[in-house]
Design a protein around this ligand. Sequence first.
Ligand SMILES: CCCCCCCCCCCCCC(=O)SCCNC(=O)CCNC(=O)[C@H](O)C(C)(C)COP(=O)(O)OP(=O)(O)OC[C@H]1O[C@@H](n2cnc3c(N)ncnc32)[C@H](O)[C@@H]1OP(=O)(O)O
Length: 219
Amino acid sequence: MSGYIQEDIDPEELAHRSELASSIAGSVRELIDATVRTEVGEADIAEARRLIEAATEILRKDQLPGAYGIRFNTDGTKRSWGNAVLGRRNPIAPPIELHHGAEFSWTEVDLGAAYEGPAGLVHGGVLALILDQLLGSTAEFQGVPGMTGTLNVRYRSATPLGRIRGEARVDRVEGVKTIVTGTITRDGKVTAEAEGIFILPKWARGEVSDVLRKSVGEG
Ligand SMILES: CCCCCCCCCCCCCC(=O)SCCNC(=O)CCNC(=O)[C@H](O)C(C)(C)COP(=O)(O)OP(=O)(O)OC[C@H]1O[C@@H](n2cnc3c(N)ncnc32)[C@H](O)[C@@H]1OP(=O)(O)O
């Protein structure tokens, strides 16, 4: 599959690049929040736009030809820095950091003004986005990965903006299908429940390498 890239980068250099990726994305994330919440007038907006356009021009000096893809390094690590949920170089990613235990996987993340749907509440699509990745990565970590075939989300109660917790576990495996369940909680209360069916795609069946099958890495 194209988009899966093998690289050989010295771990120290990789750590440095990782730091750079997190720092630039963090700055832009801050900018997004500031943009959503700004009350400044026309002159300040014009000045901010000038500076943002100058920054964009600097970043455009050296660009990938397309999306970031998924990159494996010879040290066994994997990077999905462009991922819309996990990507450490992607400012529209919340970003969530996943933790994997033997029984379940979890994440905790602060969702601020940029993730609003109804007033003061997290957008339902954002919760579905997070659940999709969390459940999919849980299947991947357990060695039974797949593409999302179906994702059902039940929104039990509104989720106020702020710190949420997501948890997921593999419920069962049926051939090429992995059924994963999960929840979103806010202040200890379950606000959304999900069940996902993750299906090993045809192109990966029979030939999926161990590195791809259990290759959870950093976002
Ligand atoms: C190593 C691979 C890694 C993959 C990526 C890991 C990312 C990890 C991160 C993840 C987070 C990010 C996640 C993302 O963002 S993934 C991006 C969003 N998802 C997609 O783009 C998926 C698009 N769809 C497809 O690629 C194929 O249709 C898939 C792969 C889903 C099925 O393929 P195919 O159509 O060829 O399957 P089959 O005909 O052999 O049927 C096989 C079995 O599956 C049953 N079935 C079929 N379709 C569905 C369905 N929609 N719901 C429920 N069940 C379904 C079917 O009845 C049969 O069951 P049974 O009769 O045997 O009981």
